[in-house]
Design a protein around this ligand. Structure first.
Ligand code: V47
Length: 371
């Protein structure tokens, strides 16, 4: 073997990739320049092999999933993000704000004991207050004490804080006391200031999102993190986003999963944009796995990625597949052509078809044996 690391007997396509491979095989951290090089490598096989090495070192052959229910409590939003096809103005056709009874009824559609994980996000709705949020969570926990509730993005937490006049730490503590176990990863979008200005000028800044994530972690509430991609960002924007997450995770350890979200351009002002193709998607999963060496799970949100990529990316870094979902609005308003939901058997077979071992989990990544 020459100076370049060989992986599975395969010679790296270039010297730089050889050095990157040596780092990955030795468990050393990749630099942001390494990440950029990987994103710009024309082939996907070698970065994929490295990502799979790391994925199997962490999780073996298993891919986790949950029986879950996505619920959007409102689409009436004071922000007007250019990528969002989901938002409405108050009173506009299609605008909807659910009552707490409707939210509980939706969660119960998954069965008498509810889903293992209830995922709730909505919008910055001026008429959905912190009190409403707390009432909903208490009702859900009373009806489904065994379900893990992952509710409200950090952007929504900031909104509740501003509306109630309470500091975010207090909002988080109240939600935790009511029964929230984790915060979903939405609202992260892309942290870079220039791209964020184009995508969501009214939204909290990337730095504020990270600050709130840090507060959540310090309060003992784990969170996820997402990245919206395929929306006109540069490779530098992607790597900058990953690096900022990795830095925070070094300090707090509170991120459970990272979820790349492929942009769905329907009903947005980005209709002319070139969609990220399958190779680019697999490259994003691989590089995310390799750069985020301190975030345990890379999740594929099959609603956005499509079912084929959800199957493939389990060999390109992903070890967790979004669950049964039941009803999805955000991607579908943007034209996603995936099903609204999958059965538990569908999700299991998506994992098995990939050659992986399905393992059911709850909303905090604890194994679920029988329910
Ligand atoms: O922040 C909005 C994205 C996010 C579009 O934490 C879009 O487990 C693609 O956060 N095309 C909200 N993406 C959804 C979210 C989420 C989803 C699944 C699992 C988890 C988790 C979190 O959806 C937003 C935004 O980045 N989004 N519009 C669109 N047209």
């Amino acid at each position: 073997m020459d100076r370049h690391a060989k992986i599975a007997g395969i010679r790296p396509p270039d010297r730089r990739l050889g050095e990157i491979a040596e780092k990955v095989l030795n468990g050393a951290r990749l630099t942001t320049e390494d990440g950029l090089h990987l994103l710009r490598t024309p082939g996907i096989a070698f970065p994929g092999l490295l990502a799979n090495f790391m994925r199997e070192k962490l999780h073996g052959k298993a891919t986790t999933f949950s029986v879950n229910r996505h619920i959007n409590f409102s689409n009436i939003c004071r922000n007007r993000c250019s990528f969002c096809a989901f938002r409405r103005n108050e009173g506009e056709p299609g605008s909807e704000r659910l009552s707490s009874r409707q939210i509980v009824d939706k969660a119960l559609e998954a069965g008498r004991t509810g889903p293992a994980e209830i995922h709730i996000t909505g919008a910055l709705d001026p008429l959905f207050s912190l009190c409403d949020a707390l009432a909903v969570i208490r009702e859900l926990k009373a009806a489904m004490p065994l379900s893990t509730v992952k509710a409200f993005t950090l952007v929504e937490i900031d909104h509740f804080s501003k509306m109630s006049g309470k500091p975010p730490e207090e909002v988080m503590a109240l939600l935790k006391e009511a029964g929230v176990s984790a915060f979903p990863g939405g609202g992260a979008e892309l942290f870079g200031e220039d791209i964020r200005e184009k995508l969501c000028p009214e939204k909290i800044s990337g730095e504020r999102w990270l600050e709130l994530a840090g507060m959540a972690h310090e309060s003992g509430i784990p969170t996820n993190a997402t990245m919206l991609y395929g929306v006109g960002e540069t490779d530098e924007d992607r790597i900058d986003h990953l690096a900022r997450l990795r830095d925070l995770q070094d300090r707090t350890g509170g991120f459970m999963a990272f979820i790349p979200l492929l942009f769905q351009k329907g009903n947005t002002c980005f209709s002319g944009i070139r969609a990220a193709g399958p190779c680019e998607q697999l490259r994003v999963y691989s590089v995310s796995r390799l750069i985020l060496d301190n975030i345990p799970h890379i999740k594929v949100h099959w609603v956005m990625s499509g079912l084929k990529i959800a199957e493939l990316c389990q060999w390109f870094g992903a070890d967790d597949v979004e669950g049964t979902v039941h009803e999805e609005r955000i991607g579908h308003e943007g034209g996603a052509d995936t099903p609204m939901g999958l059965t538990k058997d569908d999700v299991r077979s998506l994992i098995e078809r990939s050659g992986r071992l399905p393992l059911e989990r709850d909303g905090l990544y604890n194994p679920v044996r029988t329910r």
